[in-house]
Design a protein around this ligand. Structure first.
Ligand code: CAA
Length: 269
């Protein structure tokens, strides 16, 4: 696994005292705390490359993404890097495509969010499969107040989760919401005290990583399809993926283990 200066990858231990890493889990940290982990082009490119490398590694079965320091997950795309950009700069070399690369990762991704999670930072969390939020998290899409608009999936992903009425109010006013409101709106998988954030995100990642990989990936694919396919097509896709899993060794093993009252031994462990 690669370690880069701004994007750092660790195989985390279950607890500071534990010697062994949490099986199958990688922890990826965005490390620009001096600018509240603002996401410039090289940071996002490096993050996307790191996640793609992990996604291709069969030993990695869940990824936690977090921001360095206690103040922010990420306070958005880097405004200093964008201030002099033109329309042509965006069209020629789409800097926002990196968010799509994150959303396309097939390994389960969990954003561990504390502090500011704004603009492109919030859109990064929305591109992950799950969000574990600390009770001090502050989330919002302030782009319109900068004379632009959310450009890394925010108008689409937020609207699908919270509906157009809430999304419009949040985007047009740039209002920041606290973690409790984000939780109420269905944006958060788990809400935890700030001191427990990383442990909770790693525990969730470990629980997912303990599951059989093909079943996890198939289920993720079907869940992702729910926001882009009409219901009948989504249900048809689900049924096909369900049938496909009966061609995998883990189906036989999982069901036999249940009937024999023992723990399953998944084919890739
Ligand atoms: N880009 C660049 N630098 C940023 C940044 C960002 N998004 N957010 C914070 N920083 C920098 C600040 O410039 C400051 O650096 P200096 O010390 O060198 O001046 C440092 O981080 C600390 O920030 P503040 O001094 O502002 O800290 P604060 O506690 O007073 O305020 C904050 C915190 C409310 C998060 C404030 O920093 C803020 O509003 N940041 C910008 C949030 C924002 O507008 N994000 C959207 C960006 S556009 C976008 O994301 C487009 C898209 O759709 C992809």
């Amino acid at each position: 696994m690669t370690t880069q200066p701004i994007i750092r990858v660790e195989l985390p231990a279950a607890a500071p005292s534990a010697a062994a890493p949490v099986a199958g889990v990688a922890l990826v940290t965005i490390h620009r705390p001096e600018v509240l982990n603002a996401l410039d082009r090289s940071t996002m490119r490096s993050l996307a490359e790191t996640l793609e490398t992990l996604d291709a590694d069969p030993a990695c079965r869940a990824i936690v993404i977090t921001g360095a320091g206690e103040r922010a997950f990420a306070a958005g795309a880097d405004i200093r890097a964008m201030v002099d950009m033109s329309r042509e700069d965006h069209l020629a070399d789409d800097p926002l495509a990196a968010w799509d690369r994150v959303a396309a990762i097939g390994t389960p991704t969990i954003a561990a969010v504390r502090g500011y999670c704004l603009g492109g930072g919030f859109e990064l969390a929305l591109a992950c499969h799950m969000v574990v939020a600390a009770d001090d998290a502050v989330l919002g899409l302030p782009e319109v107040g900068l004379g632009i608009m959310p450009g890394a999936g925010g108008t689409q992903r937020l609207t699908r989760i919270v509906g157009p009425a809430r999304a419009t109010e949040l985007i047009l006013t740039g209002r920041r919401m606290d973690a409790r409101e984000a939780d109420r709106l269905g944006l958060v998988s788990r809400l935890v005290p700030a001191a427990d954030l990383l442990d909770a995100a790693l525990a969730l990642a470990a629980a997912v990583a303990a599951m059989p990989t093909q079943a996890v990936r198939a289920a993720l694919g079907a869940i992702a399809a729910a926001s882009r396919l009409p219901l009948d097509q989504g249900v048809a896709l689900e049924r096909r993926l369900f049938a496909d899993l009966f061609d995998t060794p883990d189906q036989a093993e999982g069901m036999r283990a249940f009937l024999e009252r023992r723990e399953p031994r998944w084919s890739d462990r």
